[in-house]
Design a protein around this ligand. Structure first.
Ligand code: NAD
Length: 437
């Protein structure tokens, strides 16, 4: 079995490395020459725990290679996975499918034998059929099938998620393609991972329905947190109290500054667009998108209020920039909304993130990037927690207090204990955990 993985980003690189760990020959292709050169030199271009070892081991075993030569890789592959980006299209919120269709055309030109073309990118309903049409039009002679195999891994826990998924979704009407997919996922089949076989369209919609449901769950608990602050309830107890109900479940009930990242913002927008186009609008999801966008904006205002109504001339220390811990991904991170708003309001900002500072510096100018969390606290008028990295949870509040110019902490991830912080004399703001009456 040979796989060509087109697109060696977060999903392509992790999936390619994991498939090679299954014993399959995998060639990861990317048009970004620099990325491929780094990978060939043994460097991992993204931060993902455990990925360096997985890649090194499988390269050493000769099962995992990297190239910019798409045609050569596709010609000998049994399955070609398309794992290119599908960002939000400018203007209307729909998914930009230009990378997927460009990859499909290139793949078509290179086909030499029966090949399963697998769409791993998150794509709106109808994209798989369009990929099939593009390939057939360019290569009426080619033998191929198109499969939708959406990916559910989470950055930061990507390898574990890939190796032990809750389920695998495979959308195709072709029994021949299904056989190839069964063979690829055989190691997971053996550990009894549920496999949902369905049509192309259903598989495509499952991915969006999943992500928008999770975004809705987060937005729900965020609104509960706001309500808790007004009525004197504790959102963590509410989350536990409802989450223990098996019908609701405990996960994704952590309040925060609003969801961000490489998937939820663009996937909620794309589903809303698809649904409007289909004449069956998903009004809940449209509301979620709006509530979340407003929430992110409001977070900067919370910091301003904690600073006494103005941040002009004040120094704000920011802990965490990535959209979540254990990644360097800055796509749609809350920091990209909150920090520019604070800068515009006249604040000076000093910040630290264990993995995302290089990436953040590309998007956020005018920030003083520090080597560690304590340097961020030094002489700051307010400390803001934006990403819940484990190392921030272990910070010594007493030391932070000594370093801060004013003992003000706005904890948008609820990593500190309110009673302890207030006991130490902090002005401590968190999400959905009001001051005791
Ligand atoms: P990414 O931007 O990290 O990687 C995409 C890669 O594809 C880039 O390296 C780019 O250079 C390459 N590429 C684009 N066109 C190409 C072509 N024609 N030939 C070769 N390479 C090409 O994106 P990502 O985060 O890995 O996401 C990929 C897809 O997977 C998206 O649709 C995304 O929604 C979905 N997804 C992402 C995650 C996640 O956590 N990042 C999880 C599940 C699904």
């Amino acid at each position: 079995m040979r796989i060509a993985m087109i697109g060696t980003g977060y999903v392509g690189l992790v999936s390619g490395a994991c498939f090679s760990q299954f014993g399959i020959d995998v060639v990861c292709v990317d048009k970004d020459k620099q990325k491929i050169a780094r990978l060939e030199a043994g460097e991992i271009p993204i931060y993902e725990p455990g990925l360096d070892k997985l890649v090194a081991d499988n390269r050493a075993a000769g099962r995992l290679t990297f190239t910019t030569d798409l045609a050569g890789s596709v010609a000998t592959a049994d399955a070609v996975f398309i794992a290119v980006g599908t960002p939000t299209r400018r203007g209307d919120g729909h998914a930009d499918l230009s990378y997927v269709y460009a990859a499909a055309s290139e793949v078509a030109d290179a086909l030499r034998q029966y090949t399963v073309i697998v769409n791993k990118s998150t794509v709106p309903v109808g994209t798989g059929r369009e990929v099939g049409r593009i390939v057939r039009e360019r290569r009426p002679d080619a033998e191929f099938d198109v499969v939708s195999n959406p990916e559910f891994l989470r950055e930061g826990a990507a390898i574990e998620d890939f190796m032990k998924p809750d389920r695998i979704v495979i959308g195709t009407q072709s029994e021949r393609a299904r056989e190839v997919m069964r063979a690829i996922y055989r190691p997971l089949y053996l550990i009894e991972t549920p496999i949902v076989f369905t049509t192309l369209e259903t598989a495509e919609l499952i991915k969006y329905a999943g992500n928008t449901f999770l975004a809705t769950k987060i937005t729900f608990i965020n609104e509960m947190a706001d309500l808790c602050e007004k009525v004197g309830a504790d959102v963590h107890d509410v989350a536990r109290g409802i989450g223990l109900d098996g019908r609701i479940g405990r996960k994704f009930l952590h309040p925060g500054p609003g969801y961000g990242g490489s998937c939820f913002p663009k996937d909620t927008l794309a589903l809303a667009y698809t649904a409007r186009e289909a004449g069956s609008p998903v009004t809940i999801v449209e509301q979620v998108i709006q509530v979340n966008a407003e929430r992110k904006k409001r977070m900067a205002q919370r910091v301003v209020e904690a600073c006494g109504g103005s941040v002009a001339g004040k120094t704000i220390g920011v802990l965490g920039l990535a959209f979540k811990p254990n990644t360097d991904d800055m796509r749609d991170a809350a920091a990209l909304d909150i920090l520019p708003a604070l800068l515009t309001a006249g604040a000076r900002i000093q910040a630290h993130d264990p993995a995302a500072m290089e990436e953040a510096a590309r998007h956020l100018k005018g920030i003083d990037y520090k080597d560690n969390a304590y340097d961020v606290a030094k002489d700051a008028d307010c400390l803001v927690v934006l990403t819940e990295w484990t190392q921030f949870r272990a910070l010594d509040p007493k030391r932070l207090k000594e370093l801060l110019r004013r003992p003000v902490v706005v904890d948008l991830r609820n990593i500190f204990n309110p009673a302890e912080m207030r006991g130490l004399g902090f002005v401590y703001e968190s999400i959905g955990r009001p001051q005791p009456r």
